[in-house]
Design a protein around this ligand. Structure first.
Ligand code: ATR
Length: 499
């Protein structure tokens, strides 16, 4: 079973051992990067290696990476390789030796295994099989291939390498960089010998390493197996997406054998085609791919086709089904607010929708035909007019709204969003007791508009509610189960309050 190995980069043997003892019990192994110990530059002493090997509290990989392979060691090659020999003699379970230095290391005594490693910090070379073969040929006990992913499709040859070899030759294969993050979780599914993590945020030894607690508590690393279903969010950028937090918590709560990953995607088609053979079962889709995904589907529901944008993909029996849970979720939030305001049924309500971008489209199509009257106000008049024509609404400029008296006000413009949080898209005088005010902005959670609305006695709904609601409908679309909404809301609030 794939082990979790934390790379330690402390600068003294004592700090290295202390960091090892602080690692949680679910971390199977530690990689000791001798090249990070200060004394390596100029010279690491034998007693340093001895202290580490005698003080370790779990199996270790000893690595002393030279500058040319991305490490910090600038000393003579003989001394560098000698430190590995010493570690082996002192009982290190594994030593990591670069493919081009195996000859210098020669045979090692005792039960220590040799991880023969290849790194490329620039790109993913085309000849990974060849590299793997060469490492096997020089007697590797474990082969390691770590290469840079410049695009998510670069992770495909890494996963293919694991699929071909991991069952017969212990193999570590990973893509570095943000795009490569999925390989760190897929590694367990594909039977990699080990997967690296870092001890804490900020202590990454290689780009894209995930803190070990996040590996276990967010992604449930130890639960991933060959049969685990893969889900994820397709976005660019993806780093700050809350979707992995909310969906992994939902899968855990429901006891499903599934993991949800962040996919930083530039081209949706090769990504889809490449990942589908790895049990990809569902996707959340967000900026900038909501429109581009639609023609890649085998089927989309009627509303999604009309909106021209999707946020949810289900892959079932080899078919891609696209839908837009933003629409149903927005309707749900608005209906619940209108209920609290005593405004139901929605058919009696007038709506003022601010904005004409992607979020406005979802809401406009959701409400079209469901409310008494809708006005779309947008900064760029032509955009507002075009959307209004599509959904049968009225339109006007943002400077013409002050005298409107809608029952429901929805803001989808970015006015009030971080960092310009003191702005509001409407004059305060518009806000009346009993009105429903829904702000799609969710950074900050409580916008100026929402604060003013609550003070004026409006029923206010935050964009976060929409986010949670659309995620819940997504979960239900993928699994056919009732979404654990309370848990989903709880983890999002916890995560936001930590920031
Ligand atoms: P989203 O997918 O979140 O809706 P979008 O498609 O970029 O994002 O749409 C952003 C909306 O906010 C648009 O309606 C935009 O108005 P324009 O169509 O005139 O661009 C609106 N918006 C952005 N900044 C704004 C500002 N400073 N004042 C008013 N409206 C603004």
């Amino acid at each position: 079973m794939t082990k979790l190995c934390v790379t330690l980069t402390e600068q003294t043997p004592e700090a290295m051992l202390a960091a090892m003892r602080r690692l949680p019990a679910f971390v199977d192994m530690a990689e000791v990067r001798l090249d990070h110990i200060r004394k390596v530059r100029p010279c690491l002493s034998a007693s340093d290696v001895e202290r580490i090997c005698q003080g370790k509290d779990r199996p270790i990989v000893v690595t002393n990476r030279p500058r040319r392979e991305g490490g910090l060691n600038e000393g003579p090659e003989d001394a560098r390789v000698e430190s590995l020999r010493k570690a082996a003699a002192l009982g290190a379970e594994y030593v990591d030796i670069e493919l081009d230095s195996v000859g210098v290391l020669g045979e090692i005594r005792g039960g220590t295994q040799r991880i023969v490693s290849y790194h490329n910090f620039e790109l993913t070379p085309p000849d990974l099989d060849n590299i793997h073969r060469n490492a096997v040929a020089v007697g590797a006990d474990v082969v390691k291939v770590a290469v840079m992913a410049r695009d998510i499709v670069d992770t495909l040859p890494i996963m293919a390498l694991l699929r071909r070899h991991a069952a017969s030759v212990p193999t570590i294969a990973l893509s570095m960089g943000e795009e490569g993050l999925p390989t760190r979780l897929m590694g367990r599914k594909l039977g990699a010998f080990l997967v690296y993590a870092c001890a804490e945020e900020g202590s990454e030894a290689a780009m894209g390493q995930v803190p070990c607690r996040e590996m276990e508590h967010l992604y449930r690393f130890s639960q991933i197996s060959a049969g685990t279903d893969i889900f994820g969010v397709v976005a660019n950028p993806v780093a700050h997406s809350m979707s992995p937090v909310i969906h992994n918590a939902a899968f855990a709560e429901a006891g499903l054998d599934a993991v949800y990953l962040p996919f930083k995607v530039t081209e949706p088609r090769p990504f889809l085609e490449g990942y589908e053979p790895y049990d990809l079962k569902g996707l959340s889709v967000t900026i900038p791919h909501k429109e581009a995904m639609v023609p890649l589907m085998d089927e989309v529901d009627e509303l999604t086709a009309r909106v021209g944008a999707l946020n949810t993909v289900v892959i079932r029996d080899g078919r891609r089904l696209g839908s837009n849970t933003d629409v149903a979720a927005a309707l749900g939030v608005l209906e619940s607010c209108a209920g609290r305001a005593g405004l139901l049924p929605l058919e009696r309500c007038t709506v003022l929708l601010l904005g004409a971008g992607g979020a406005a489209r979802a809401i406009a199509f959701g409400l079209s035909g469901r409310v008494a009257q809708m006005t779309i106000a947008n900064r760029t008049l032509s955009r507002g007019r075009d959307l209004a024509a599509e959904v049968g609404a009225s339109w006007c400029g943002l400077d013409e709204i002050a005298n409107l008296r809608p029952d429901i006000l929805v803001n989808t413009t970015s006015v009030g969003m971080y960092p310009r949080t003191d702005e509001s898209p409407v004059p305060e005088s518009m806000l009346r007791r009993g009105m429903v005010v829904f702000d799609a902005v969710y950074n900050p959670m409580e916008t100026t508009l929402l604060q003013q609305a609550r003070e004026a006695g409006c029923i206010a709904a935050a964009g976060l509610e929409w986010f949670i609601a659309q995620a819940a409908v997504q979960f239900e679309t993928w699994t056919g189960l009732v979404a654990p909404r309370e848990r989903m809301a709880q983890v999002v609030l916890e995560r936001l309050s930590r920031k």
